[in-house]
Design a protein around this ligand. Structure first.
Ligand SMILES: Cc1ncc(COP(=O)(O)O)c(C=O)c1O
Length: 390
């Protein structure tokens, strides 16, 4: 148990101790992290982050310029998602963004409505949101393509429905729900429609620019009220950096809270947090400005090339197969002949940080993953499968 010293230790002693204590962590450089949606932040963000450590977006009167930059960042994310006039915030991550979306949806409904329709593949942040907001998730089954079943979603609508949530890049397989159909349904029934593009928001627009057939998933769909899009996933931003965008600034008024005591003068907060990091938001501003569409397109293209290499390798290994054809840089690996949990355990013993979901292993080919890492992962996967077949 660590205690708080009476007299502090010198900086160099602490730094040395930190180096030693942090050795236990996995590192992105090792190439062994193949199951995370986070990655090595872009090196340019380091200096921006340090420059802005003191900025507090919770007091926008004191940090007017930082607040403007946050709004410019929201504008850039909005333009990425077909709505440059979107309103919103750079928040701590996809969880906070999803909570904010459901908070707004619930308050806009302002009656006894309590139910939110989500696919069973929705991220668990929505369970947290429902618990916090006293809402109930109605979980809809998936179709044969691992997408939310549209008919079941429509059948689940009742007079208690607050919102429908669709996912653009599910946590397990990177699947995109049938969002154009869900948007139509939401419009027809006049129901709030949120799209969780925490992962896909930084992938799908660039896949489209690279010539892939990507159905509309963003504000181009008229029923979409809000979108979660996370810079700290495929956006290469340092943690914490999530994004929540609303079609209309007025929507956020439903959660606005007056903060009377701030040094910069009274302000209205439309976030969960009070004091919040300006550094992370400004780092996103700098990064989007630096990489531009071209930079992100290149990144996505490289990740997809390596995903194809992984897929080809998996196809060559007897005993394992793909759960489904990948939509983005995320691959599900299953087995019809052995317990995939044992495969995951053995890969972990070999040092691989893979994700285990019910029935399959998830590999996310993030920007820190190199071709050589894919080769050595495939080699270990083959060895594991051979060992377990004996
Ligand atoms: C689709 C989706 N939404 C939301 C989240 C939550 O994001 P965070 O972990 O940044 O809170 C995740 C995380 O993996 C996710 O995959």
């Amino acid at each position: 148990m660590m205690k708080l010293y009476e007299k502090g230790l010198p900086e160099n002693v602490i730094l040395k101790e930190l180096d030693s204590k942090l050795k236990e962590d996995f590192t992105y450089d090792s190439g062994k992290i193949v199951g995370s949606m986070c990655t090595q932040p872009h090196p340019f963000t380091r200096q921006v982050y340090l420059k802005c450590l003191k900025k507090n977006l919770g007091d926008p009167g004191l940090f007017k310029a930082s607040s403007k930059l946050e709004q410019e960042t929201v504008g850039m994310l909005g333009s990425l998602l077909s709505h440059p006039d979107a309103s919103g915030h750079i928040v701590s991550g996809g969880t906070e963004a999803n909570i904010l979306a459901l908070w707004v949806a619930r308050n806009l409904a302002r009656n006894k409505r309590r139910e939110v329709i989500v696919p069973v593949s929705a991220h668990c942040s929505l369970d947290k949101a429902a618990d916090l907001l006293n809402l109930e998730l109605v979980k809809v089954k998936l179709n044969d393509h691992f997408q939310m079943d549209v008919k079941q979603a429509e059948d689940a609508i009742t007079e208690k429905t607050v919102a429908i949530v669709g996912v653009a890049g599910t946590t397990g397989l990177g699947v995109v729900d049938p969002l154009p159909e869900l948007s139509e349904i939401a419009l027809t029934h006049n129901i709030y429609f949120h799209v969780d593009a925490a992962f896909g928001g930084f992938v799908l627009p660039f896949l489209k620019e690279l010539g892939c057939n990507v159905p509309d998933f963003d504000f181009r769909l008229p029923g979409v009220c809000s979108i979660t899009v996370d810079p700290h996933k495929m956006g290469l931003a340092p943690i914490p950096a999530g994004g929540i965008l609303f079609r209309d600034a007025d929507m956020m008024k439903s959660i606005s809270t007056r903060i009377p005591y701030l040094a910069g003068g009274r302000a209205e907060h439309t976030t969960i947090l009070g004091t919040r990091s300006g550094a992370s938001s400004i780092a996103v501003w700098a990064l989007l400005t630096h990489l531009g569409r071209q930079g992100y397109r290149g990144l996505v293209s490289r990740c997809m090339r390596l995903t194809s290499k992984l897929v080809e390798g998996i196809r060559r290994i007897d005993g394992v197969c793909l759960v489904t054809e990948p939509t983005m840089n995320m691959v599900g690996i299953k087995s019809d002949v052995m317990d995939i949990q044992l495969v995951a355990q053995d890969l972990r013993r070999r040092g691989w940080a893979v994700s285990l979901l019910p029935g399959y292993i998830r590999v996310v080919v993030m920007p820190h993953v190199k071709s050589s890492h894919i080769e050595s992962f495939l080699q270990d996967l083959e060895n594991t499968v051979k060992k377990l077949s004996e």
